[in-house]
Design a protein around this ligand. Sequence first.
Ligand SMILES: Nc1ncnc2c1ncn2[C@@H]1O[C@H](COP(=O)(O)OP(=O)(O)OP(=O)(O)O)[C@@H](O)[C@H]1O
Ligand SMILES: [Mg+2]
Length: 417
Amino acid sequence: MSVGMTKEPQQQGAYLEVHGLTKQFGPVVAVSNLGFSAPPGSVTGFLGPNGAGKTTTLRMMLGLIKPTTGGATVGGVPYAQIAEPARAVGAVLDSLSLHPKRSAIGHLKIYAAAIGVPDSRAYEVLALVGLNDVADRKAGGFSLGMRQRLALATALLGDPPILILDEPANGLDPEGIHWLRDFLKAYARRGGTVLISSHILSEVEQLVDNVVIISRGSLVYQGTLDSLRTSVKSRILVTSSDPTKLTAALAEKGVGDATILPDGRLAVLGTTKEDISEVASTAGVQVFGMAAEQADLEQVFLSMTSGQFAAQAVPPPGQGYGPPQQGYGQPPGYGPPPGYGQPQPGYGPPPGYGPPPGYGQPQPGYGQPQPGYGQPQPGYGPPPQEYGPPLQEYGPPPGYGPPPGYGQTPDQQQGGN
Ligand SMILES: Nc1ncnc2c1ncn2[C@@H]1O[C@H](COP(=O)(O)OP(=O)(O)OP(=O)(O)O)[C@@H](O)[C@H]1O
Ligand SMILES: [Mg+2]
């Protein structure tokens, strides 16, 4: 249903684009020369660990803070130049400021009036987010998940073709996450553009079509989730009577790509158990067992984003973990996924901007043997300067000015949350 001048998403075909975006807060470079796009008709996950610069990027995209350099466009236009922003982009950057004594529907009606949509739209969006049963309840008593839903409802009031949501799954219970997933997928299927941030890949894995991964404010990967997935190959771990002989036999036959692990097993990529058995039996090597091992997507994400922090916690080869090991030295298929390290079509870092530290280096957890391989990285924790000065308080969502007849919203009068 169109409201006012708003076109249906499929008519709009609105891309979100960010180019050369940099934001420096004093000595802190929160976002560094970032470029990516989110196409219509799909959900794009904007991923990075705490402090990576996600919220800062989204705030710049929405004109809430000024970039140091670079810019962003929404459907080809900088946000500040959009005549009716609430009808172009629905955004939730922070759990909404809510007047505690105001009901859910009362809250929505005020914002509906502010952007010139009828009260009936307030009821529609409340139903869309599944809050109609609590329409008259005071928002002050809402749980975090209910507040997230109400914030989303507010963003949907203008029936925008683009949604930008900062960590919307925070506070949602499993049912809520399921609901959000279905809702956003359906929205994208209608042609909408969705950009959704998260610091946990697995949280959005079943929802997103594309991923943009940042670390320390810089792009480390952009591509489809499918290509990230296919890059995570499985390897077969073979326990045998003579791993050295089996390695030579496999190499001679051109079967797979084998390396001997520190525990004596052979890790073989790019072949099947059947082929390994056949080569082993021809070579007279006894195979005691084979196990397929799938590298975890989340682990790849961690290795891509924690490099610069975790790298310091990993002793250099030859120190701390005994002699340099074969077998874990960047096994094929466990390195960066395709696209990682490659310039992104149209979005590669411009000259003068190198990849982030740790980029192109052996990934912690994959490059070097780690105690507890497959576990969270040693040293992976909140990076330094995570929690800088408190963020500015958020007022009404982007696109919403004070409602007609109000000098200020009661939220603002109370200082918001
Ligand atoms: N207003 C500000 N003043 C100073 N530094 C800031 C400000 N806003 C953000 N930063 C710094 O910029 C960096 C990126 O912060 P940002 O909030 O964008 O990260 P994030 O990826 O959203 O993290 P999280 O997953 O924790 O939400 C951090 O180092 C943060 O301390
Ligand atoms: Mg954030």
